[in-house]
Write a new protein. Structure first.
Length: 604
């Protein structure tokens, strides 16, 4: 009991007083739920510092209990009984006043009950308990279980805000979750997100390498997208052709009856692998409080994505790419300075994203921070200094929020590719330039850096580049920074001497000039003059980065050792299944990229 009381004293010290009540729901916040195994009490708080302090003195953190409005017309009062070491929560001012007269200490407003009354929090009482005599839960099954065990059902204590949840799908093969789209490209018509039961998460065996023992990606289950944003409602037909189309590779794989069995085998190389999705200020659907920004924004948003991918396993690794420093201006706008409103929008977006991740309940989230941010290392882009400062502050906000939520830091800032940021004089200075850039965008607050997002460089080249960058950062006092390498489109380039190829579509039969991918047609099969393909799926996503390097030669051993020390993982955050690696989905491009895939790393 002494330990229990100590924990409660810490909680009461940190809370910080009452909060004033406001009319109508405003914003949202996840409510942390903790359990004291010594006293049996469940404790609830929105204060991350209070949660962390209790966990340090023996309380068991049980995740997000529900989502509460940041403000409403209905406060929930918090009281403490110092004799029993117990807390009580109520929306009734009469009950609060009665308990104060009986000797309970009033600690102010703990949180707010939702005026919309969307999610009931059930209240149960244990007449036999001294401490922990009340339990509050949004889980009706938990409430019913307690009542059967002898607890008294006291009805609804207060209400929370409805958040996105997804069922575990068993049958039929796919289950439609009917959602409002709010997608202007779809005429704001109701859309559908489909969950496919035959798409499973990826299991990876093996521990983190001893030379990289704190690898945050070394978790056994990686979440695989089972339908999010691969919606079929815009697909123009079921014919495989050399034209772009809406929808996505999962939709193609599941619904295109024109696919042969052999073609489905190839597309399964996309479907079965964990991939990252790009989120922008426009499509994330969150405001600075992490709530839905407006009815004009997509509701297929970040919160829904994380909920869907972690529906069956909160520990599964989720991957997201945050792409906002260019798109905040309404497209990849680099020709003018950002307006004050755009700067504010970016800051608010990062704030909202941080809060969504923190309250999602997901235990492992990898963030690719601003693919193409390395362009800011140059001098040709407007407002580069301001944009770098915004990215730096964003990384700090995300890292703090993730740490406070109990997640490991898995933020990786874009640092270009092995062939990028050189001075183009034949002297290899790219790593020095990358380090200068990374220091300017707050690499000290990130886990590390991301390579290969928009170039086709071979994985071996980027392993060497990662080693160079990490060692240079270490020499500058910024130690233990690791890389992730995009292997979604470099299966052909790897080890074949092709560098400097950008991700833009290549003309059919054309050989692109060194240093510049040749753009042009909306579709091409990326076929080079010699009949080989430049873009192809590379090593499948994994944290077991040494396995794809075959052989026992001195060269192989050196690359394997470097990968195991300096690389956290190979990821698919490039998007070769899309036209120009951006949009829209391209059936034949996806098929050819998969057909010419390689799961090994060719060495120089």
């Amino acid at each position: 009991m002494k330990k229990a009381i100590l924990g409660v004293v810490v909680a009461t010290t940190l809370f910080g007083g009452a909060i004033s009540a406001h009319a109508a729901d405003s914003g949202s916040q996840g409510m942390y739920r903790l359990y004291n195994p010594n006293s049996g009490e469940h404790f609830y708080t929105a204060n991350i510092n209070e949660k962390n302090s209790l966990a340090k003195v023996g309380w068991r953190y049980e995740g997000i209990g529900w989502t509460a409005p940041q403000k409403s017309s209905a406060p929930v009062y918090r009281l403490y009984n110092k004799n029993a070491g117990d807390h009580h929560y109520t929306v009734s001012s009469a009950e609060k006043n009665m308990l104060v007269k009986a000797g309970w200490r009033y600690e102010g407003i703990g949180w707010y009950s939702s005026d919309t009354k969307a999610v009931p929090l059930y209240r149960a009482y244990n007449p036999n308990a001294k401490a922990g005599s009340h339990n509050y839960t949004a889980n009706l099954a938990e409430q019913n279980m307690l009542v059967k065990a002898g607890w008294r059902n006291e009805g609804i204590g207060w209400y929370g805000i409805k958040t996105f949840t997804f069922p575990t799908v068993t049958n039929p093969k796919k289950q439609a979750i009917k959602l409002k789209s709010n997608n202007p490209a779809n005429g704001n018509k109701p859309g559908g997100t489909y969950i496919y039961s035959d798409i499973k998460n990826k299991t990876i065996s093996g521990n983190a390498y001893s030379t990289n023992s704190d690898n945050p990606l070394a978790v056994p289950v990686w979440a695989v997208n089972n339908g999010f944003w691969d919606n079929p409602y815009q697909r123009p037909g079921n014919s495989l052709s050399n034209t772009t189309q809406a929808g996505g590779v999962i939709d193609e794989y599941e619904n295109n009856t024109a696919l042969t069995a052999a073609q489905k085998v190839q597309l399964n190389k996309f479907v079965s692998q964990p991939r990252s999705i790009f989120f922008t200020p426009q499509n994330s659907g969150v405001d600075k409080n992490g709530t839905l920004a407006s009815a004009t924004q997509y509701t297929d948003n970040l919160e829904r994505y994380i909920a869907q991918l972690t529906a069956s396993d909160k520990n599964a690794l989720v991957q997201i790419s945050l792409f906002g420093i260019y798109s905040v201006a309404g497209g990849e706008n680099t020709t003018r300075a950002l307006t004050a409103a755009e700067k504010t929008k970016y800051v608010d977006w990062i704030s909202g994203v941080t809060k969504v991740i923190a309250r999602s309940g997901a235990k492992n989230v990898a963030i690719i921070m601003e693919p193409d941010a390395a362009m800011l290392a140059g001098t040709t882009y407007k407002d580069a200094a301001t944009r770098k400062t915004l990215v730096k502050n964003a990384v700090a906000t995300l890292s703090t929020g993730i740490k406070n939520a109990g997640l490991k830091n898995a933020i990786y800032i874009d640092a270009g590719s092995a062939d990028w940021l050189d001075d183009w004089t034949g002297t290899r200075k790219g790593a020095n330039n990358a380090v200068a850039f990374l220091k300017s965008v707050g690499i000290q607050n990130a886990r590390g850096f991301a390579l290969g997002a928009t170039h086709f460089d071979g994985t071996a080249d980027n392993i060497s580049y990662a080693k160079d960058i990490s060692n240079l950062l270490s020499s500058a006092g910024i130690k233990n920074k690791k890389a992730v390498i995009d292997t979604a489109d470099n299966g052909y380039a790897s080890g074949r001497g092709y560098t400097n190829y950008e991700w833009t579509n290549l003309q059919l039969g054309a050989i692109p000039a060194i240093g510049n991918g040749t753009g042009g047609a909306s579709y091409d099969d990326q076929k080079l003059k010699n009949g080989n393909y430049l873009s192809a799926l590379g090593v499948p996503p994994t944290y077991q980065v040494g396995n794809a390097i075959k052989g026992t030669t001195a060269t192989a051993n050196a690359y394997r050792a470097a990968a195991q020390t300096y690389v956290d993982g190979y990821l698919y955050f490039g998007r070769p299944q899309y036209d120009n690696n951006a949009s829209p989905y391209d059936s034949l491009k996806a098929l050819t990229t998969a057909t010419h895939s390689s799961d090994t790393i060719a060495l120089p």
